[in-house]
Write a protein that binds this ligand. Structure first.
Ligand code: PMP
Length: 369
């Protein structure tokens, strides 16, 4: 028996508001074709790997010391990258980084949410937003999207005016549905929001729409743009998320971050990966082309496909989505049941992975008939 195994979760003096909750749990299964967590299917190129190894070797010689608490070098490199990508002149003072954008979002909720405060999101959207809200004891208020999963900006503005949330989440492109918001729509919603607005741009590199970063010039007093190296940068295992905001927002986050939260190895590896951004981001064009192929072949097979601006596609309609998910898995393809009735989500993979998925998709549709 495991040491301590006789104690059950129910017996622990857990916070009442966490009782009965489930942890985030995308299955991590050993399947040939894994298209379930919106990763970049292309591994980092050998030059990047070599550079990460060398940067880690240098950092390892200093591991008896704590790392730079404020990650100034990394934040400066991220500012330079975002300035090049968006044309908006940003500096280290505008940037903040943490272990994945999940930690960035948690720090935002720790600083701007908390007991007695409200966060709004337009659902279905990223499942971690309400989970992080719960963990920080921020009240979560879900607001609806249209039945086609787009945001009705007028109705959304009315929700923000009525409930006056302290934090508003806008996910663009939205996970798991794929659509993004125009800058003008984002500006209208930021104007309507009384509190802080977090635009979660985890998938923005895959989108045709401009980044919300451009709105920092006009809406910087309440706009936070959250980003990640997990998707387009092919760095999910490195755990590096970041945000762009007004310098005062960055000051606020320093009040809640744990000291030395970004290890010396993480900082060194992320900086090395950023030096190869051109190579990793080259995969974006390939993945966008493959997204187009996956969308058109799914539609040709007879599926309903939700338009996507990201590296994944939501499609249906299944009489029983959990059963269809299992049918894909039984045929060696792991995709995602995101809890939307009649729909499943597939991440765009390599051409070979997409071929395998599309073949199975035809077989699974035949089961439906
Ligand atoms: N935001 C959205 C919308 C996401 O889909 C994800 C990843 N699934 C994240 C944030 C968090 O990613 P990470 O912590 O790897 O940066």
């Amino acid at each position: 028996a495991t040491v301590g195994g006789q104690v059950t979760l129910d017996e622990l003096p857990l916070r009442d508001d966490l009782r009965g909750k489930s942890p985030y749990g995308a299955p991590q299964l050993d399947v040939a074709v894994r298209l379930n967590t919106n990763e970049n299917p292309y591994p980092p190129p050998p030059e990047l790997v070599a550079d990460v190894v060398e940067a880690s070797r240098v950092a390892a010689a200093e591991l008896h010391r704590y790392p730079d608490r404020n990650a100034v070098g990394l934040r400066t490199d991220l500012a330079d990258y975002l300035t090049t990508a968006t044309g908006v002149p940003l500096t280290c003072a505008n940037l903040w980084a943490a272990n994945g954008s999940n930690e960035v979002l948690q720090q935002i909720l720790q600083a701007f949410g908390g007991p007695g405060r409200i966060a709004v999101g337009f659902e279905p959207s990223y499942s971690m937003h309400p989970i992080i809200a719960a963990g920080t004891r921020t009240e979560w208020l879900p607001a609806p999207r249209r039945s086609d999963f787009s945001v009705d900006v007028h109705a959304a503005a009315a929700v923000l005016a009525e409930h006056a949330p302290d934090i508003t989440f806008l996910t663009s492109p939205n996970n798991p549905t794929g659509q993004s918001l125009e800058p003008a729509e984002l500006a209208d919603l930021i104007d309507a929001a009384p509190g802080v607005v977090v635009v979660d741009e985890a998938y923005v590199e895959f989108s045709d729409r401009p980044s919300a970063v451009a709105l920092l010039a006009t809406h910087g007093h309440k706009l936070i743009v959250s980003r990640t190296m997990s998707k387009a940068f092919a760095f999910a295992g490195g755990r590096l998320g970041y945000l762009a905001a007004a310098p005062a927002v960055v000051d606020a986050l320093q009040l809640v971050r744990l000291p030395y939260h970004l290890s010396a190895l993480t900082q060194a590896a992320a900086r090395a990966a950023l030096r190869h951004a051109d190579a990793t981001l080259a995969s974006v064009a390939l993945l966008r082309a493959e997204r187009g192929r996956v969308v058109s072949e799914l539609a040709a097979a007879g599926y309903d496909v939700v338009p996507s601006d990201a590296n994944f596609v939501l499609f249906g309609r299944f009489a029983d989505a959990p059963r269809a998910w299992r049918a894909f898995l039984d045929r060696g393809v792991l995709i995602r049941d995101v809890g939307i009735a009649e729909h499943l989500r597939v991440t765009v993979g390599t051409p070979e992975e997409n071929d395998a998925f599309l073949q199975v998709a035809v077989d699974v549709l035949a089961l439906e008939e």
